[in-house]
Ligand binder design. Structure first.
Ligand code: FUC
Length: 794
């Protein structure tokens, strides 16, 4: 019999043991790992970043390759063409009246031809000698690769392991040769603006470092163990510098761009890069990148690896640790991640992988989007090409928005700022485009956007005509307020952007034969012809006017509130069509066999809030009919969007099914007989868990992460809905730190499919209604106080 005095000591001992075990299993659970080097950049290399720079390391035995890109390195723009005109066509608006008349007469073909001829933007101009595909429109650019040859060369090794720990945002490679251990670590530190790579070995080793780039190298130098390369992008002469500082116990020599290190047991490389780009219309140049580089490396130079890592942890962990997610069930983190992914596709239960993929989205956002950096582009901050797919630009008819869906709800509000900065920078060029193409007030952007204010209608139809991009982007400006409740931000930054975005629609919408306001001409993204009213335009116009109304009320701007309300309420509402579908166009022409990846007419369901099962059940039902008809299979981002759609339709099982389709090995198929093929090209995720459109496109990762949050917590209807779409296959679990609009942080615990407890902290006092399985509870919150609820409260 254990004497009682020892009992409490034993309990304390075991609980410490348990929490260490839990922390270890959590840490182990939040790792990607592989038992061999990467050979394929897109499918296998592992991403690290410090917000400014996105790098991929390969873990090659004989030679390490670190490919990197700095977000502001772009070809194109004013530097690529002295007549660069932001794509604008000054007198395009003169044809608007005629186009509208043709549409009213049902002459859609003629109307479309006239738009194509007179109302699309200037195609990219390529000057002589320009080897890029995108001319003066430009493309985000790779900066190059740092190659680090290891003296032992490509030899057989033992215990090879390549890992990416997203809990601590550090990559590692380790192996041994005849009992001698070799280790490498890689991380990006935002506060210091540097990337840090460390190589250690039990016995002395030699290394050869070389920087290679497709850009123009103007000058390479090496002084005080600091390498520097100053160069420029050939197509627009955009200048940049990349430099690294060495700290080593070895002997160092430099010849012609190549650094060799002899007899070293430790080699620390502190790396950085910057460009002359500034996000300022109309020149976008003039950044003093050389002094930035010097300041960063001077500051880092005196610090030990441990200190550099400590600063990184003190920056990264408080952000990442805001949200933890645990599901009860099996986890296969004993398997290399690529094997694990296959086992998961073949039916193995692995809730650990489902947790990991959710948190991976948050890791990638912290690595790619921090205050003061460029926003994430189609590939976040990771790009190894001078001609990346779709220019690795900022597409605004789904992609750029999806990239930022997790920012607020998964408690990374700061990571939203680069997008808001970018949106703010588009207002001025966007006003010019609104004037030139439509003779309206306000500002527009269309589908494709570069780093140089290309806000014009793009140069091809139907994909290029999409002025709604501006108002949809502006939803993010509003959401940042809706979650943070930062009134100063609303007054000084958000509201001015919102008012201008709303003004475009107040001027552009015209009455149809029934007096409803419609968007004519308009195109539903990327399929179907010209229309007298694409539903997505109406839903986005409704959204920006509705958000502007709420903002005007908060800021007591009565006059503008009246205007936007009046216009909002005259917009043609969502229509239910002949087969019960939600109409994609004013005309009831939806084809039930259409499987197109864009499901634009469901914007009002997600990320909009005009349609919800709670408030508009018929429309929600029609949205379901449309979604069923569209089917599940689709491109990476479209799968990500569908996770969110089914979550908003409160169907957790279907949302989980789509989530699993995002995680599956890219292109893998299972025949009806159960035969599995891993050779195909298709959506899903690559072995490094980056999303496949295909090719690699980061939006799918973010859409999926946001989708998981949407399954567990929703707040778009004004109420806080707890576990609105909990899948049966997640019977027991917990998530903490999710955010709800209105300034709430929510921790949830559930068991056997039922809510067990909910903890809610309010940033602001006031009443709010909570909903669980249709039952509601209103609470008068006092800011800062923690509220505990359980099933019995509903
Ligand atoms: C839109 C989508 C494509 C692709 C591209 C980057 O054009 O329709 O599927 O994602 O963006």
């Amino acid at each position: 019999m254990i004497p009682s005095r020892y009992k409490s000591v034993l309990i304390l001992f075991f609980s410490i043991l348990l929490s260490i075990k839990l922390a270890f299993s959590q840490q182990k659970a939040l790792q990607l790992w592989y038992d061999r080097p990467a050979t394929d950049w897109m499918r296998e290399a592992l991403p690290i970043g410090n917000g400014y720079i996105g790098a991929m390391f390969f873990g090659g035995i004989g030679e390490e390759q670190i490919q990197f890109s700095e977000g502001s390195l772009w070809s194109g723009g004013p530097g690529a063409n002295p007549n660069y005109n932001f794509g604008n066509r000054p007198n395009a608006w003169k044809y608007l009246g005629e186009v509208r008349a043709l549409i009213k007469q049902g002459k859609l073909k003629e109307a479309n031809e006239l738009v194509e001829k007179q109302m699309t933007g200037m195609a990219p101009v390529k000057l002589a000698g320009d080897s890029t595909d995108w001319g003066d429109y430009g493309a985000q650019q790779t900066m190059g690769d740092l190659f680090i040859k290891v003296g032992h060369g490509s030899i057989p090794v033992q215990d090879y392991r390549r890992t990416l720990d997203i809990q601590r945002a550090i990559g590692k490679v380790s192996y041994s040769v005849a009992g001698n251990k070799y280790q490498r670590s890689f991380f990006g530190s935002y506060p210091q603006g540097v990337m840090v790579y460390k190589f250690t070995s039990d016995k002395s080793e030699s290394y050869t470092l070389h920087f290679s780039t497709p850009q123009y190298k103007e000058k390479e130098s090496f002084e005080g163990l600091r390498y520097s390369c100053v160069g420029y992008v050939p197509n627009n002469k955009l200048a940049f510098e990349t430099a690294y500082q060495l700290v080593t116990d070895g002997r160092v020599k430099y010849t012609n761009g190549t650094v060799s290190v002899e007899e070293a047991k430790s080699l620390l490389i502190i790396h950085t890069a910057a460009t002359a780009y500034t996000m300022q219309y109309p020149h976008y140049n003039g950044n003093d990148f050389r002094s930035i580089i010097k300041k960063r490396l001077d500051a880092a130079k005196g610090k030990s690896y441990k200190q550099l890592f400590q600063i990184h942890q003190e920056d990264y962990q408080p952000l990442f640790d805001r949200v933890s997610f645990q599901l009860q069930g099996k986890s296969a983190d004993h398997l290399p991640t690529d094997k694990r992914q296959q086992a998961f596709f073949e039916g193995a239960e692995d809730v650990g992988l489902e947790q990991l993929y959710f948190q991976y989205g948050r890791y990638l956002m912290i690595a790619a989007s921090r205050p003061g950096t460029m926003p994430m582009h189609l590939q976040g901050k990771w790009n190894n090409s001078v001609n990346p797919p779709w220019a690795a630009d900022y597409h605004t008819n789904i992609n750029e928005q999806m990239l930022y869906w997790p920012a607020e709800v998964t408690n990374l509000s700061e990571c939203h700022e680069p997008l808001i900065d970018y949106i703010e920078s588009l207002v001025e060029p966007g006003k010019k485009s609104a004037h030139d193409f439509f003779h309206t007030r306000g500002w527009i952007v269309n589908t494709m956007n570069n780093a140089f204010g290309y806000t014009a209608v793009n140069w091809g139809l139907p994909w290029g005509f999409y002025p709604a991009g501006a108002a949809w982007l502006t939803q993010h400006v509003w959401e940042h307020y809706a979650y943070t409740q930062d009134k100063a931000y609303l007054r000084n930054r958000a509201y001015p952007i919102m008012k201008e975005a709303a003004r475009f629609w107040i001027d552009y919408l015209t009455p149809d034969e029934n007096g409803h306001l419609v968007s004519s001409p308009s195109y539903s993204p990327e399929h179907g012809g010209i229309s007298g009213g694409a539903s997505m335009d109406h839903q986005i116009a409704w959204d920006i006017l509705n958000n502007s109304l709420e903002a005007a009320i908060v800021l007591d701007d009565k006059a503008f509130a009246d205007t936007v309300q009046r216009v909002r309420d005259r917009i043609l509402p969502p229509q239910i069509g002949r087969w019960g579908q939600l109409q994609e166009w004013k005309e009831d022409v939806d084809d039930p066999n259409n499987k197109h990846r864009h499901v634009s007419h469901l914007f009002a369901l997600h990320p909009g809030r005009q349609i919800s099962p709670l408030k508009t059940p018929e429309l929600a039902e029609a949205a379901k009919v449309s979604l069923e008809a569209r089917g599940d299979e689709a491109t990476g981002w479209s799968l990500g969007w569908k996770v969110n759609f089914w979550a908003r339709l409160k169907n957790g099982d279907r949302a989980l099914k789509l989530y699993k389709m995002v995680i599956k090995p890219a292109g893998a198929t299972k025949s009806s007989s159960g035969a599995i093929n891993y050779e195909g090209e298709g959506s899903g995720s690559y072995a490094n868990l980056l999303d496949a459109h295909p090719p690699f496109q980061l939006d799918g990762n973010m859409g999926a992460t946001a989708g998981v949050a949407e399954m567990l917590l929703q707040s778009q209807t004004g109420e806080i809905e707890l576990l609105p779409a909990l899948p049966k296959n997640w019977p027991t679990g917990r998530i903490s730190g999710l955010c709800a609009r209105g300034g709430f942080t929510v921790n949830l615990n559930w068991e056997a499919g039922q809510l067990k407890s909910a903890e809610i902290i309010a940033d602001k006092s006031g009443q709010k209604t909570l909903t669980y399985k249709g039952k509601t509870k209103a609470i008068d919150f006092v800011s800062g106080k923690k509220y505990q609820l359980s099933l019995t409260d509903f």
